[in-house]
Ligand binder design. Structure first.
Ligand SMILES: Cc1cc2nc3c(=O)[nH]c(=O)nc-3n(C[C@H](O)[C@H](O)[C@H](O)COP(=O)(O)OP(=O)(O)OC[C@H]3O[C@@H](n4cnc5c(N)ncnc54)[C@H](O)[C@@H]3O)c2cc1C
Length: 461
């Protein structure tokens, strides 16, 4: 589809959504990207301010058979909000109202464009928090988090986004508004359509409101950091901690390359010769936090860790977490580009997976740093590369495919939290049997018979 201001559907949008439709090349270019290297211009951008706006877009688009690509902050790492087939980039970021924080029901009612961190800040005065905490929490939106079923460091203890979505308002193609679920904790009335929409990557409809579960904020927290001269032993240490009866808040791993780039970037005094760094946090009542943190430190020492230290003030903890949050941006120092992967394996298979990634790196002659939320088995092997070098990119493709195959062979999956989008759709047959894909496509057909919602995403061509 090419842009043409005279196109009937663009005119219909402009007449119905006055002042909310952008068609200039500058504006279309600004909505062509997400957090990957994918790029495709939409034909028009709509800035939705209300459920009615979204319903109008989905009515016109369905009648005119125009693709609609919902869009939050575009921090996605699987190409989900890239308008690959043109059409409408539907931005939900103007819908950023927090309607309610209810300490009685422990829920928040929000619009999809609310940034995750803004919800955290709004819950704080009530002594509450919203557990899903993607590392992108200061930019990514609740709508995008729901569509990707986002995770984050503390999901080991508290679960992922789907564990916190109680109710949704969604608009489906044709403009029909569905209200699903509600604000009660228990609800088994009919099929669970709420959780069908969570993780559906904008391929079924558009989330326009969410009822989210909140939890009381634990009063204390502490983080143990430890360095290992063997990456396998670090991975095994995490298994030892979680099988010791302690359920940590987070268990994050940085391998040698990740430690090195963070040190180059932040100059924190991290030991560059260490093969791995673990960050293990616990939260709860002050006494149990102290006891658990000491036990974690002891397990690390028994495993042969060096430089084991315990941070229990917000300042000390912040220093450590800054290191973890900086891995992704700091890896940019290695090579001009990177392909950040997101596989998940059963926790007991993490050491095997780490070993397999190292072998794959050697096989393809690539540097593949590994870091991630190791305690829940979700690793982010990152393929550092230069996209301008076609020969290197062939090796990157081969290595990525080997990583997916290894994860699946070890009983894991293609994506732990970033979704399939465009980046991994071709690998879906590795992970899902044909008959399952057929049923998934049949579900899409029910909500989106004309295939206008984020076409081309998730399923192989
Ligand atoms: C530095 C960095 C760190 C990250 N860390 C994490 C992490 O720790 N954990 C994690 O899970 N992810 C992480 N991500 C990935 C990304 O932030 C998440 O996938 C996030 O949920 C995307 O939210 P967004 O608002 O940016 O959505 P977008 O990228 O705009 O969209 C993502 C998908 O959601 C769909 N969508 C958006 N809004 C709606 C809506 N209202 N209704 C229906 N569909 C919608 C889009 O069509 C698209 O398919 C990280 C990304 C970056 C750049």
């Amino acid at each position: 589809m090419t842009i043409d201001e005279d196109t009937d559907w663009v005119q219909r949008l402009q007449q119905t959504l006055k002042g909310k439709v952008l068609t200039s090349p500058e504006n279309r270019a600004a909505y062509a990207y997400d957090g990957t290297w994918g790029e495709a211009w939409p034909d028009a951008v709509v800035l939705a301010h209300s459920t009615e706006d979204v319903a109008a877009v989905l009515r016109i688009a369905d009648e005119e058979r125009v693709p609609v690509v919902p869009r939050g902050a575009a921090s996605g790492l699987s190409g989900g909000s890239v308008p690959e087939r043109g059409g409408i980039a539907l931005s939900l970021t103007p819908m950023r109202k927090i309607f309610e924080i209810s300490p009685e029901d422990l829920v928040a009612v929000v619009q999809p464009g609310v940034v995750n961190l803004d919800l955290q800040k709004a819950a704080e005065p009530y002594g509450l928090f919203y557990p899903p905490d993607p590392a992108s929490l200061d930019i990514s939106t609740i709508g995008g988090n729901i569509a990707e079923n986002a995770g984050g460091p503390r999901c080991l203890k508290y679960g992922v986004t789907s564990d916190y979505v109680l109710g949704l308002e969604v608009v489906i193609p044709g403009g029909e508004v569905l209200r699903l679920g509600g604000r009660s904790i228990k609800n088994v009335t009919g099929y669970d359509l709420v959780h069908l929409f969570v993780g559906s990557e904008g391929t079924l409809g558009v989330v326009t409101e969410a009822i989210l579960k909140l939890l009381p904020r634990p009063p204390a927290r502490a983080t143990v950091s430890a360095f290992f001269d063997n990456l396998d032993v670090a991975a095994e240490t995490v298994v030892k901690v979680v099988t010791s009866g302690i359920l940590p808040l987070t268990t994050e791993l940085l391998d040698k390359v990740s430690i090195g780039v963070v040190e180059d970037f932040l100059h924190l005094g991290l030991p560059r010769n260490a093969e791995a760094m673990l960050l293990i946090s616990v939260d709860g009542e002050p006494e149990s936090v102290k006891r658990q943190a000491e036990e974690v430190a002891e397990i690390c020492r028994r495993q042969g860790a060096t430089g084991v230290s315990l941070a229990d003030t917000p300042e000390e903890e912040e220093k450590l977490w800054k290191a973890r949050r900086s891995v992704s941006p700091a890896l940019g120092r290695l090579r001009p580009h990177k392909l950040g992967e997101d596989i998940a394996v059963p926790r007991s298979k993490v050491p095997d997976m780490v070993r397999r990634v190292q072998e794959i790196g050697r096989k393809w002659g690539l540097v593949i740093p590994v870091y991630g939320h190791i305690g829940d088995g979700n690793l982010h092997p990152t393929l550092a590369c230069d996209r301008r070098d076609p020969e290197e990119m062939k090796r990157v493709e081969g290595a990525a495919e080997d990583i997916f195959k290894a994860a699946i062979e070890l009983g894991g999956t293609l994506s732990g939290e970033h979704g399939i989008g465009m980046l991994k759709r071709d690998y879906i047959p590795l992970a899902l049997p044909d008959n399952v894909v057929t049923r998934m496509k049949a579900i899409k057909q029910v909500f989106d018979p004309h295939g206008i919602m984020n076409p081309g995403k998730v399923f192989p061509e």
